[in-house]
Ligand binder design. Structure first.
Ligand SMILES: [Ca+2]
Length: 41
């Protein structure tokens, strides 16, 4: 809930798949990207 109000900038950074919200899918994608398994388009 805090992310929805006070962390908009961080929210956009973490929304790597561009669906408008940050979820475990984004978190997983970030981890995979960091590990070199996947690229952010
Ligand atoms: Ca997302």
């Amino acid at each position: 809930m805090q992310m929805a109000v006070g962390k908009q900038a961080e929210d956009l950074v973490m929304n790597v798949n561009g669906d408008g919200n940050v979820s475990s899918i984004d978190a997983r994608k970030i981890l995979r990207t960091a590990a070199g398994l996947e690229e952010i388009p």
